[in-house]
Write a protein of this length. Sequence first.
Length: 256
Amino acid sequence: MTEQKPQSKETRAEGNMPKGVSRERVFDADGWKPITKIGKEVKAGKITDIDQVLDNGYTILEAEIVDALVPGLKSDLLNIGQSKGKFGGGKKSIWRQTQKKTKEGNKASFSALAIVGNEDGYVGIGLGKARETVPAREKSTRQAKLNLIKIRRGSGSWESAEPKPTSIPFAVEGKCGSVKVRLMPAPQGTGLVVEKECARILEMAGIKDIYSKTSGHTGTKLNLLKACFDALKNLSKVKIQESHIKKLGIVEGSKL
């Protein structure tokens, strides 16, 4: 009998992944051939910080720009769909499956919503759709990197003993369809008092304490998550005074 080799950690981790999810590709900086002006400047070393891109309002058209400028970037897929479970029950799924009726039969397509972030002030979400699961995942991850934003963090709660950037500096509201999500500052140690998938977005952004309030048809998971992301976008649209930066402990982007 031939002895079986023990599985490596990478093989075991890959086996635990949901069906249709491939392993994360490692960014190859040497093999990257940029095609846009910003990409060429990043490759040449003229742009060394993602803030130089976001603060100037440049449009990111290559996902590799984010890979090169944001170290420690993580990605994941959010549960936006439902699959058949035992005895006819529904089970949460990362794939949202739809079908189109044609003369040849039913043509299925899959949608996935990816989230990327470094858990320190930068986060992005993206939707991808394809006839197969793996292309849908890759499209969504790429789109999430292109939609990367920088958020403000702080301590806007009157209950906080000292201003630490574990929450948000003020209340904001986001909207998508009929869904409205209002995020409110919370004192340190409160945790994320928000819907589970929205909490994953806030974790990726580096927010640890939050209060929330939702209204509308929140059962439409895709609109709920987009509304939450829209609220994070609105954090940077509010004008603040210099005195509030120290008082509320406001940090924009990374703390480092």
